[in-house]
Design a protein. Structure first.
Ligand code: ZN
Length: 201
């Protein structure tokens, strides 16, 4: 199934899948390691699972349904495909970030003491659905209707991509306090989410 989806991704996109240039397809050289890295029902939770195709990338799952690793891997490929399309990645900074990202999935939303909305307006004490925890670590609530496309995964990955590119995650989004995030980044997220929905993610 995943193979078919990947082939479809190649045809759908104008990127090369031959290994030349920046391909959305990551190699799966560590396949034996990924195959043995599974969420084990009955074992204590949360559990850490390696994400196939992305070298050292991992996810911390609160249960074995949130989310199967192949779903997260596909979502990350969709993210990279869209990032490439919008912004390019000539120095591979975003690719490198994806290869060591840790995604901590949550089943409940959190409250943040302070932050910024998408327009750069500051808020205090607000319910949040995602957060940058460190340079390569994000916490993401599982999403409405248990869909990755309805979660903040694409949004938080944009923060980490900007962190990798510019040294700052740009906490105020489209606001002018921090540099990096533009309207195009917000558009890219919508576009990526549409593509996730096309794969029923
Ligand atoms: Zn944000």
């Amino acid at each position: 199934m995943i193979k078919k989806i990947l082939i479809a991704l190649c045809f759908l996109s104008s990127i090369t899948c031959s290994g030349h240039g920046t391909s959305v397809l990551f190699s799966n050289e560590n396949k034996p390691i990924y195959e043995s890295s599974l969420c084990v029902p009955g074992d204590p939770l949360p559990q850490m699972v390696l994400i196939p195709f992305f070298e050292e990338a991992s996810q911390i799952v609160p249960n074995c349904k949130t989310y199967p690793k192949y779903m997260t891997a596909l979502a990350m490929m969709v993210f990279y495909h869209k990032w490439e399309e919008y912004f390019g990645d000539s120095d591979y900074a975003v690719r490198g970030m994806l290869q060591k990202v840790m995604i901590q999935w949550g089943t409940t939303k959190k409250t943040s003491k302070r932050g910024f909305n998408i327009h750069g307006e500051a808020f205090t004490e607000r319910v949040i659905i995602g957060r940058v925890e460190a340079k390569n670590i994000i916490w993401v609530w599982q999403g409405y209707n248990h869909k990755i496309s309805q979660s903040a995964l694409m949004h938080e990955l944009v923060h980490l991509a900007l962190y990798a590119k510019n040294g700052s995650p740009d906490a105020d989004h489209e606001g002018s306090k921090y540099k990096g995030w533009t309207f195009a980044h917000s558009l890219m997220i919508d576009d990526a989410k549409d593509m996730l929905r096309a794969f029923n993610l």
